[in-house]
Design a protein around this ligand. Sequence first.
Ligand code: NDP
Ligand code: ZN
Length: 351
Amino acid sequence: MKAFVMKRIGEVGWIDKPVPECGPIDALVKPIALAPCTSDVHTIWEGAVGERTDLTLGHEGVGEVVEVGSLVKDFKPGDKVIIPAITPDWNSVEAQAGYGQHSGEMLGGWKFSNIKDGVFAEVIHVNDADGNLAFLPEGMDLGAACMLSDMVPTGFLAADLAKIEHGDSVCVIGIGPVGLMGVAGAALKGAGRLFAVGTRPNCVQVAQDFGATDIISYKNGPIDQQILEATKGKGVDKVLIAGGTVDTFAEAVTMLKPGGIVANVNYLGSGEFIKIPRVEWGVGMSHKTITCGLMMGGRYRVEKLASLITYGKLDAGKLVTHRLNGFDKLEDALMLMKNKPADLIKPVVIL
Ligand code: NDP
Ligand code: ZN
């Protein structure tokens, strides 16, 4: 079968691979829509998780089940499914502790396009199919459905980690597709004043559509200073980080009120350390929490989030600015993610 791979750090291409084998609790899925992720960009061009050889890329997609193992109960060939980006081993002790994302080892639930072949192939192997596949709701737009693999669960995770309460003032740093889902999640959880930090015009428009009340450009100077100015020196209750660099944390801590929470879901592709400013962190006594996480995956979570789209609470299709047709367009879609033209939020390839 054909697969689009990372040949080594900085180099991608098409190769032939054997069709994967389906174990007793696994499934094989034929993709019907796929999307590249900024995480693929960090992995390929920044070497963020280290060297990989001929690793199939991609971890966002929707497909049709073509084979299931003998012990799979809930899915059968012909079922249309959403494939979550994170596919934990649900019987691991880490999953029992509530952290399937880290099953086996830290980030061990992030298998596709990291520690096993990803979804940019003619046949996709899904481990622990009953735990990891989600049914595609009938009639759901394929572009919106692809956003349920990673963008929706990750942005909403940031809002959950920040424990947003009604009326909280919130700043979402980064409004690519992940941050935009952070804006939407924060709004649904009851944020009051909602700052969004970014510049691409489409992203700014969609952030406003999802409930952002103030737009901040990081190109106009330090964002912590802009937020402090806008809030008469008080800062915000919660900060979600979905863009920027290791230096963004210092700005986040500085713009946070005492007792506030910084929740990061940004994939830090480079840099050695994260610095926390001592004075702004209340010389160690500010009650300012810094937390982070990887989306949790799993059928339960993804189907719950899908219901937000089905019942009209979330228009995830707004993220899809570019629709390409045909398997061979995967490379073009990935290059869009790398180059981030001004009109891009997220590309989807329909097969
Ligand atoms: P994008 O690159 O599309 O968006 C990044 C955003 O950050 C843009 O709005 C950009 O602004 C803004 N930005 C860039 N530089 C700065 C800066 N210095 N300060 C503040 N904002 C800045 O990324 P995605 O939305 O696709 O993904 C966001 C991150 O989430 C990535 O690192 C991705 O790998 C990660 N991720 C994490 C997952 C998880 O489970 N934790 C899962 C999936 C993705 P502009 O408008 O100017 O472009
Ligand atoms: Zn991703």
